[in-house]
Design a protein around this ligand. Structure first.
Ligand code: ADP
Ligand code: ZN
Length: 625
């Protein structure tokens, strides 16, 4: 009798290592792969960058027949197919961007058993011709990517997705896996109902992104702070800078470019060809910074974005989390950085107040903004309230700015009373700049014209500097003790909540303004000059190789990768990702066997790039002996 076939877990792990070059499964991947490979239905909820693709790509290789992947965006499809072909997996795509000949070639390949995975846009999948074609083929699995597109409640509804329920009816024996990074309970329920997935096992992963470091600074000169942050921690790396307005996008991009950074603007008002060119350069070149409105992002799948910076406050925690989530998809260390100040709060509140929407909407919008302000103003860990917002309990992370350098808090009850009194005594008709001048006792034409130098509050706050007062007023607004009157040009007014503080019935603990870390000290940390430096040490999954990569070797490897990417016409990260380059520069393998052990190097890459990489490393070592 012959030996029984190896069990599914063993085969899955073997494939993971040989084909994908990953040493181990991440999180619940192993369980999902087994369940689906054995023919079960699944709904997978995993954050962006969590590793969803593998959950259907690996079962596709373990099951007989063709796996059909439904995907809503051509760019994502092309990216995935290129990445699969790179590791020797037989994959193709059918979408409206193809010519007739190409499309029929791909279709023939799929029917003839020459493909393991076929990516299809939903509208094409649902055409009669295609459904009939599938009836004649052996289908191993349906994977429905970005499954939240079926939910009307969600932010990204696509009507074509609704008809995907036909798959369960026409192919009841074929297993289905639906995947999304949208976690909220309503969307989840809608996906299950509309796709007929009631029998599917639901896999929910944590939405934590452990490799992202969250940082929020008090706004001084925002642009200069941004430059400081980029030069300090991310010289030559890819990043996205978000601004609220088109004008600010253009000004900021230009300003950064004048200072020698490779920064390109992107917003909906730019010519389509310019937008496409900038997006392509961002995607394909190393170290491009895109300065953009939130028009930029959907469908951007670049894994090695090392930072996302916000020069303006987003509208909600969802927005903030989605935008910052574009950093570090490859699992390597990444930063989510933001500056924010009083003006941001005023601006966002005004956008809500002046919108045409009804009162119910305004209340929700205000609550969403407040949740974000709470995270911006918090003195403790920022990750705890972030995850709590998505229904997940967690302990302080030890890696956000507040955990790394706890902000000082102080008993600001007295200062708050002075500030509130100043608002009251000046008739609730003045903005924050004037109020601070009153408190600090600044004399001048404006003071005497309004006789504010005669008031009891004039000069009573001289012991605190201007930055402290700005922080006090900002937090009073964020906490809702003071509101901004937009009809009266940003005049501050007291709310009901100010009363207990004014009456001395409530004490107030506020955060001292955070002083910007000087660039020089951070730069050292970023370059890995001192290996143990906080925050930049790789955390999470990219931390396989420990030690410090040789910067010169890393440069050589990057240059080699760029050359490969140009000749093959694929983005650099499709050739090899950053984590793999880092590992190569640390481990410096000298044989094919050693090279095969490096994360991200599977059989196919070993075959195509092995010799070249070994030669490059050997030459580097000889030259540096
Ligand atoms: P998602 O679709 O969930 O956003 P991807 O499937 O694109 O995430 O995976 C994100 C990154 O994680 C990719 O670079 C992928 O190669 C990597 N990855 C996935 N699974 C593993 C694993 N088990 N070990 C190491 N890296 C992995
Ligand atoms: Zn923290």
């Amino acid at each position: 009798m012959s030996a029984p076939p190896p069990n599914i877990d063993v085969r899955a792990l073997e494939r993971l290592r040989q084909t994908f070059g990953h040493p181990a499964f991440r999180g619940s991947q192993a369980e999902i792969v087994r369940h689906v490979a054995e023919g079960g239905d699944a709904l997978v909820l995993m954050p962006t960058g969590g590793g969803k693709s593998l959950c259907y790509q690996l079962p596709a290789l373990l099951r007989d027949g063709l796996t059909i992947v439904v995907s809503p965006l051509i760019a994502l499809m092309q990216d995935q197919v290129a990445a699969l072909q790179q590791i020797g997996v037989r994959a193709g795509a059918l979408h409206s961007g193809l010519g007739g000949r190409e499309a029929s070639q791909t279709r023939r390949a799929a029917l003839g058993g020459a493909l393991d995975l076929l990516y299809v846009a939903p509208e094409r999948l649902l055409s009669d011709g295609f459904l009939d074609m599938m009836a004649g083929a052996r289908i191993a699995l349906f994977a429905i990517d970005e499954a939240h597109c079926v939910a009307q409640w969600g932010h990204d509804f696509r009507p074509e997705y609704l008809q995907l329920s036909v798959l369960a009816e026409r192919f009841p024996e074929v297993p289905r896996i639906a995947l999304t990074a949208t976690a909220d309970p309503q969307t989840r329920a809608e996906i299950i109902e509309r796709l007929g997935l009631d029998r599917a096992r639901v896999f929910v992963s944590s939405f934590d992104r452990p490799n992202i470091r969250y940082m929020i600074e008090d706004r001084g000169d925002g642009r200069a702070q941004l430059l400081d942050f980029i030069r300090g921690s991310h010289e030559g790396e890819s990043g996205i800078v978000y601004c609220l307005s088109r004008r600010k996008v253009e000004e900021t991009a230009e300003w950064l470019a004048e200072r020698g950074l490779l920064a390109l603007p992107y917003h909906a008002g730019l010519d389509a060809s310019i937008r496409a060119r900038h997006q392509q350069r961002f995607q394909e070149e190393d170290g491009v910074i895109i300065v953009a409105t939130i028009a930029f992002g959907m469908g951007i799948d670049k894994p090695d974005v090392r930072f996302v910076a916000h020069l303006d406050l987003p509208k909600s925690v969802e927005g903030y989390y989605q935008e910052t989530g574009r950093a570090g998809r490859d699992g390597g260390p990444a930063d989510a950085w933001m500056v924010y100040g009083m003006a941001d709060v005023v601006q966002q509140r005004r956008l809500i107040d002046e919108s045409e929407a009804d009162e119910a909407w305004k209340r929700i919008a205000a609550a969403k903004l407040n949740a974000l302000l709470g995270i911006a103003e918090i003195a403790g860990c920022r990750r705890v309230p972030l995850l709590a917002y998505f229904g997940e309990a967690s302990a302080p992370c030890g890696r956000c700015d507040n955990c790394l350098t706890p902000p000082q808090t102080w008993d600001a009850t007295e200062a708050a009373r002075m500030a509130l009194s100043a608002v009251y005594r000046t008739g609730q008709r003045f903005g924050v700049i004037h109020l601070i001048e009153v408190l600090r006792g600044r004399t001048g034409e404006r003071m005497s014209r309004w006789r504010h130098d005669q008031l009891s509050v004039f000069g009573i706050g001289a012991l605190h500097d201007e930055a402290t007062w700005r922080a006090v007023f900002r937090q009073l607004v964020a906490l809702g003790l003071v509101e901004v009157d937009h009809e009266a040009h940003g005049a501050l007014k007291l709310t009901e909540m100010a009363r207990p503080v004014l009456r001395g019935e409530q004490t107030l603990l506020l955060r001292r303004p955070r002083v910007t870390v000087r660039a020089a000290s951070r730069r050292k940390a970023a370059r890995g000059a001192n290996a143990g430096s906080a925050g930049r040490e790789p955390v999470g999954r990219a931390s396989a190789a420990s030690g410090t990569p040789d910067a010169r070797l890393l440069d050589l490897l990057k240059a080699w990768r760029l050359e490969q990417s140009r000749t093959q016409r694929v983005p650099p990260y499709i050739v090899l990702n950053d984590a793999t380059l880092q590992a190569l520069a640390i481990e410096q393998p000298e044989s094919l066997a050693a090279l095969a052990q490096v994360h991200g190097i599977g059989e196919r890459r070993l075959e195509t790039y092995g010799e070249a990489l070994l030669r490059l490393i050997a030459e580097f070592q000889r030259d540096n002996r």
